[in-house]
Design a protein around this ligand. Structure first.
Ligand SMILES: CSC[C@H]1O[C@H](OP(=O)(O)O)[C@H](O)[C@@H]1O
Length: 356
């Protein structure tokens, strides 16, 4: 079982401790969340981020809320509603809240607090185990790729779908960590992923793990793929529709298009909690808009290593900032799940029990 170098999320009595991902990659800081509002804000502001981790944090947030404010119907429904409103695209959030609601609503209030912590901790433990299974299946896939002479096996990824986005080894990077553990000579091309630059988080976590990597500008991906500089593209997902259309961080679609043009396989890695059989196809997936400021500014550190935000666009510049895009199933070679690597068209059959 992959052990996170520092837990992305853990319970500390009646509080939660998170790794504050808005401080990374410059500072490794834990942050204590004591109230439901603090948990909601941590998800909304991306102190915790990544589809599975968002769901795990929301589940723990429900348990914290009932512990702090009581477990009557009013408090339970308030917690579920507030957390559900934090971010729209990652279905793991809504899957986790629905699971908590299904367990807690039928219980008498006095039994809900203990049951909530048990249910949340089970969701978290299952996420870690699921990541390991994705890693195993992804490793088998990597072993089957044609070797390129003269260089390590190279995986291109987008955004951050590593251990930082989960409570385990991650999704898109789980096969990379499994390959490293198996002694395979592997390296990663991480694209910066404007505007929030989650690719810097990928560079940070890979350096922590000793996995060779290089950071690229998002716009370099097509050139590198067309010149055979990567053997496979693997990304995470935030919501996969019944037909296999997959929503992931903005820019994923461009990588899938470039990979297809270059004849390089493109895989999505995701656990069952990312599957949304209620959405028949990608058109039904809500896309989060995070506002113009993220596009018109950039965050870094100054000479004193202090985080600063710089406005990079002329004052008053209008900007569009969809935070996700949808890659059609036709561009996806396969989906690496805890049940194996499956074709998008085989999702419903593989998860027959999940059909509404
Ligand atoms: C393991 S899935 C992580 C997934 O979540 C990210 O979105 P965000 O950073 O906005 O939470 C991105 O889409 C990743 O692929």
């Amino acid at each position: 079982m992959f052990v996170q170098p520092v837990p992305t999320l853990c319970r500390d009595g009646d509080s939660l401790l998170i790794l504050d991902q808005t401080a990374l990659p410059w500072r490794r800081e834990q942050c204590r969340l004591n109230t439901l509002d603090e948990v909601a804000r941590a998800i909304r502001t991306m102190q915790v981020r990544g589809a599975p981790l968002i769901g795990n944090t929301a589940a723990m947030g429900v348990a914290l809320a009932l512990t702090r404010a009581g477990a009557e119907d009013e408090q339970l429904e308030h917690a579920l509603t507030l957390l559900a409103a934090t971010r729209p695209t990652a279905v793991n959030l809504h899957w986790a809240l629905n699971r908590m609601a299904g367990i807690l609503r039928p219980l008498p209030a006095p039994r809900r607090m203990a049951a909530a912590w048990d249910a949340a901790e089970a969701i978290c433990a299952d996420d870690a185990a699921t990541c390991d299974a994705i890693g195993r299946h992804g490793l088998a896939l990597l072993r089957g790729l044609p070797a390129r002479s003269g260089r390590p096996l190279r995986v291109m990824t987008h955004c951050n779908a590593g251990w930082l986005a989960t409570l385990g080894a991650g999704t898109a990077l789980a096969p990379v960590y499994a390959a490293q553990a198996a002694g395979i000579d592997i390296e990663v091309i991480a694209s910066e992923t404007r505007p929030r630059n989650q690719g810097l988080l990928t560079a940070w976590e890979l350096r922590e793990a000793g996995v060779p990597h290089m950071l690229i500008a998002d716009n370099a991906a097509g050139h590198l793929l067309m010149h055979g500089e990567a053997d496979v593209v693997i990304t995470g997902a935030d919501r996969i529709a019944a037909n296999g259309d997959s929503a992931n961080k903005i820019g994923t679609l461009l990588k899938a298009l470039a990979a297809r043009a270059a004849g390089i396989p493109f895989y999505i890695a995701a656990p069952y909690s990312t599957l949304d059989f209620g959405s028949p196809d990608g058109a039904a997936i809500p896309i989060e808009d995070r506002g113009a400021d993220e596009v018109c500014s950039s965050i870094g550190v100054d000479a004193r290593d202090e985080a600063i935000s710089l406005r990079i666009a002329p004052a008053g510049t209008r900007a569009a900032n969809p935070a996700f895009d949808v890659t059609p199933a036709s561009l996806i070679t396969g989906i690496i799940t805890e049940r194996g690597v499956i074709a998008p068209a085989a999702l419903s059959a593989t998860y027959a029990e999940r059909q509404e």
